[in-house]
Ligand binder design. Sequence first.
Ligand SMILES: Nc1ncnc2c1ncn2[C@@H]1O[C@H](COP(=O)(O)OP(=O)(O)O)[C@@H](O)[C@H]1O
Ligand code: SF4
Ligand SMILES: [Mg+2]
Length: 336
Amino acid sequence: MESTDRIGEVVLDVQDLRTYFVTRWGVVKAVDGVSFQIKRGETLGVVGESGSGKSVTALSVMRLVPSPPGHIVGGKVLLEGEDILQLDDGEMENIRGSRIGMVLQDPMTALNPVFDIEDQVGEALRIHKDMSGEGLQTEVIDMLRKVRIPAPEIRMKDFPHQLSGGMRQRVVGAIGISCDPAVLIADEPTTSLDATIQAQYLRLLRELQELTGVGIIFITHDFGIVAKMCDRVAVMYAGRVVEQGDVRQIFNNPSHPYTEALIQSVPKLEVKEERLYSIPGQPPALWNLPQGCAFADRCRYTHDKCHEAYPDTFTVDEGQIAACWLREKEAIATES
Ligand SMILES: Nc1ncnc2c1ncn2[C@@H]1O[C@H](COP(=O)(O)OP(=O)(O)O)[C@@H](O)[C@H]1O
Ligand code: SF4
Ligand SMILES: [Mg+2]
């Protein structure tokens, strides 16, 4: 899949992003030095257990971190070369919903029950593209046709409850791409949805990408879905990216023990396992991180160095990096 024409120039370049929450327990370092890039037409999976900082990363890119208690305290978010962390609130509002879109998996939370479909699909076009009247209506019909809503001229007069779940999701998709964004963010819902709805959602995202070439940030705790959906993967643990690479590199040669454990805990369809592997222990509290590797208490390869300092990032292979002291230990073992 890599190096096809589908994938183009970098559209989003996140550099050393830091988002902290000031709480009564202390400073929660929810995102602490996260970097990744997304190219046109590419899907980056951001994966990790609950609480690892995935949603806060997405909220930071949208500049929707609840503040207080949250603050983006460092880093850059370059959207097509421009650092959007430097924009004022008004400029940022123009970017949200136009150059960065969001497609929520649960259409009922994404749609407003009291407005018809035409209103909701047209809203971003009205605000960001200054469209109105017949021109706007034609564009709305066109958007709905693109996401394969049958008889869009008629269906656009419907309210959300008059559409099937699948169609509602397509409407959310149409809203997400209505202004032809450079980046789409797809964050998993907090409560798990029906498997059929989820499958429809994944198909929809792929279709939207084929239609527009949009770069997608796909957030999930489920490594199994990453294999189906993504070109690249960033594995998050305790607010940091611990490994990053192409999907194939990550699955064929996971080089961080956390990635290895996550892959091991994916259920395999062809094997009926008696008990699924689950990673022992719990992630550490983000307001009280150890000075060494945050995974040390749960890692099967922990050694002295791991407790001393946070591991350096090393290059595993072209395009693949990991932050772990194991490689250093192995190198010393090979030398001696
Ligand atoms: N409004 C908030 N106030 C304080 N802490 C928060 C807030 N939102 C998120 N956090 C902290 O940030 C961490 C990362 O959260 P989140 O990004 O939602 O995780 P996930 O990877 O499950 O999406 C959590 O451990 C949580 O404690
Ligand atoms: S640095 Fe040490 S504890 Fe952390 S993942 Fe690597 S081997 Fe395990
Ligand atoms: Mg989340």
